[in-house]
Design a protein around this ligand. Structure first.
Ligand SMILES: C[S@@+](CC[C@H](N)C(=O)[O-])C[C@H]1O[C@@H](n2cnc3c(N)ncnc32)[C@H](O)[C@@H]1O
Ligand SMILES: [Zn+2]
Length: 273
């Protein structure tokens, strides 16, 4: 619940501490924010950009795919990378699937931030010790400086300066990014958007100076997917916006009934310096 993490949050307008009162979040200086009936709070400042994040349909497809356990090895890798920690933030938390698994394991409390309201609704009910917040990581995180033990970014955008600011000294950052081999068997046939090969280098560039690398490993494993799984994969990602339904259905119909698809991600653990 929000009240579990309210002491970690900061007003997006003035940076002051926040508190909860009568279904609202308010700061010492009088800024107030409504708590949605689904339990999340939007801490987007009025000047926030127009990024709306993943749609309700994309999130529903992501839930269906994650419920099929195809990414469980990635969930396990994130849980073990985090280890023991008291307070954690997941940026771009989506359905809250990874954050819930981490909290279950660590016993800690967590903030799930996403710019999508549909995501925040799901994050709010993902785990009893999670507080769900709508915020745009590029605009700034409504979180007190140095408040967190750990931050995780799983397939989500990273703003290195903000991630560093909210972490305690020597705090841990866990980053999961796809490699260019991720889902490679489906990229051509289904017109999925491939991974930019330059991404790993750019990630290193943005983190350097603020974080030191602790470990970096590639996790790669095969998934056996049905047509329904393949459809969920398309619908949960940005490719859904680029392909027509008819073209996608034809391409999925042309796949073998069970198609072996590679999952390939880099799991990086960094320490704030
Ligand atoms: C590829 S999804 C990953 C979701 C989740 N981490 C997972 O792996 O299941 C990326 C998420 O980042 C969110 N997102 C995109 N831009 C964002 C931003 N500027 N600030 C916060 N979240 C953002 C999207 O709404 C989406 O939920
Ligand atoms: Zn304020």
């Amino acid at each position: 619940m929000l009240s579990d993490v309210i002491d970690l949050l900061a007003c997006p307008h003035c940076g002051a501490d926040l508190d909860t009162e009568d279904g609202a979040v308010l700061c010492d200086r009088g800024h107030t924010f409504d708590v949605a009936r689904q339990g999340y709070v939007s801490l987007l400042p009025g000047s926030a950009g127009k990024i709306t994040g993943d749609s309700a349909e994309m999130l529903a497809a992501r839930v269906r795919f994650l419920d099929g356990h195809h990414f469980d090895p990635i969930v396990d890798a994130v849980v073990s990378a985090v280890g023991k920690c008291g307070s954690i933030l997941e940026v771009g938390a989506g359905t809250g699937h990874y954050l819930a698994a981490v909290l279950e394991h660590t016993g800690g409390r967590g903030i799930g931030v996403d710019v999508s309201k549909a995501a925040a609704r799901r994050i709010a009910r993902a785990h009893p010790r999670v507080g769900a917040v709508v915020a745009d990581v590029w605009h700034g995180l409504p979180v007190r400086s140095g408040a967190l033990d750990t931050v995780t970014c799983v397939f989500s955008p990273r703003n290195a300066g903000e991630l560093h600011r909210v972490l305690a000294p020597r705090g841990t950052l866990v980053v999961v990014t796809p490699t260019e081999r991720h889902q490679r068997e489906l990229i051509g046939p289904l017109g999925l958007i491939g991974v930019d090969e330059d991404k790993a280098r750019r990630l290193g560039d943005t983190l350097s100076g603020r974080f030191e690398s602790v470990t970096k490993s590639v996790l790669e494993f095969p998934m056996l997917l049905t047509h329904a799984d393949a459809r969920n994969l398309v619908e949960m990602g940005p490719s859904a916006r680029h392909t027509t339904d008819a073209a996608r259905d034809t391409a999925i119909g042309d796949l073998p009934d069970r198609v072996e698809v590679t999952a390939s991600v880099t799991v990086g653990i960094y320490r704030a310096v």
